[in-house]
Ligand binder design. Structure first.
Ligand SMILES: [Zn+2]
Ligand SMILES: [Zn+2]
Length: 261
């Protein structure tokens, strides 16, 4: 698997950090994890094959995680070469995605769903005990509710080689989330604040490192960074609290996820 950070930032604009989006290349296909308003442009900027993107995961309905979805569908509708793809575009994630897209669609008759490609939407009820299912053939997925919004979900993806990636998206502190992420090859965890967080619905560094302590991922990628992180050596601060490998997300960073040891 390869992960490309499209946006390491938040809903508050930052000169070097776009809002949430991660391109994940797997042996089963490509997946966009969250689609902020910045994400479609960032995919083009990174020269990614967005026209053949296989699936999109939306963790929750805060606009820094989903506001690029309608523009992405509108862009792909008018893109050259869109008729060459044979596979559907699968949109997976929280409840409310379809309602949001239809509301935008209807207010100006954008005809977002009238495409040369098929669009499939699968919404997951956070209270359902969801077993594992295949997001793409051979790519297994499980989800769990996070203490952030009623609809918000974390996702765990396991490919056919057994490589495991967990993306929490926005979350408050939760031991359930830490257990869900146990032994991940890569854990993408939010770390909105350095300290003195103003809300229980996000993490600060000490919370994130408590989760890492329990989860023991092979690598931890901290993201969703507000500007209060500017000028702070996040990786150095993280190492003081957990000895494992912590990487600070920055836009354009590419991580190779492979079996170690
Ligand atoms: Zn957010
Ligand atoms: Zn949020």
């Amino acid at each position: 698997m390869e992960l490309i950070v499209l946006g390491s930032g938040t809903s508050v604009f930052h000169p070097h950090r776009a809002a949430a989006g991660f391109w994940l290349q797997t042996n089963a296909g490509s997946i966009l994890l969250d689609c902020s308003a910045d994400a479609p442009h960032r995919m083009a900027e990174e020269n990614l094959d967005w026209i053949n993107l296989d699936a999109i995961w939306i963790s929750h309905l805060h606009l820094d995680h989903c506001a690029g979805l309608a523009p992405f569908l509108f862009g792909i509708k008018w893109a050259k070469g869109n008729g060459n793809r044979r596979q559907p575009l699968k949109i997976f994630g929280c409840q409310g995605i379809e309602k949001l897209l239809k509301a935008i669609d209807e207010c100006h008759r954008y005809q977002l769903f009238e495409q040369p490609l098929t669009i499939e939407i699968h919404e997951i009820n956070p209270s359902d005990k969801v077993g594992s299912f295949d997001l793409l053939p051979g790519l297994q997925v499980e989800t769990v509710s996070t203490p952030h919004r009623a609809e918000s979900l974390a996702i765990r993806l396991t490919d056919s080689d057994g490589l495991m990636l967990v993306y929490t998206s926005d979350t408050g502190y939760s031991e359930d989330i830490a257990q869900f992420a146990r032994n991940a090859d890569l854990l993408i965890l939010e770390c909105s604040f350095y300290r003195n967080k103003p809300t229980l619905k996000h993490l600060e560094l000490a919370d994130a490192m408590r989760i890492a302590q329990i989860a023991q991922p092979k690598e931890l990628l901290l993201t969703h960074l507000y500007s209060e992180w500017d000028g702070i050596d996040l990786e150095l601060e993280a190492r003081k609290l957990w000895p494992g490998k912590t990487t600070a997300a920055r836009d354009g960073r590419r991580l190779n996820i492979k079996r170690t040891g």
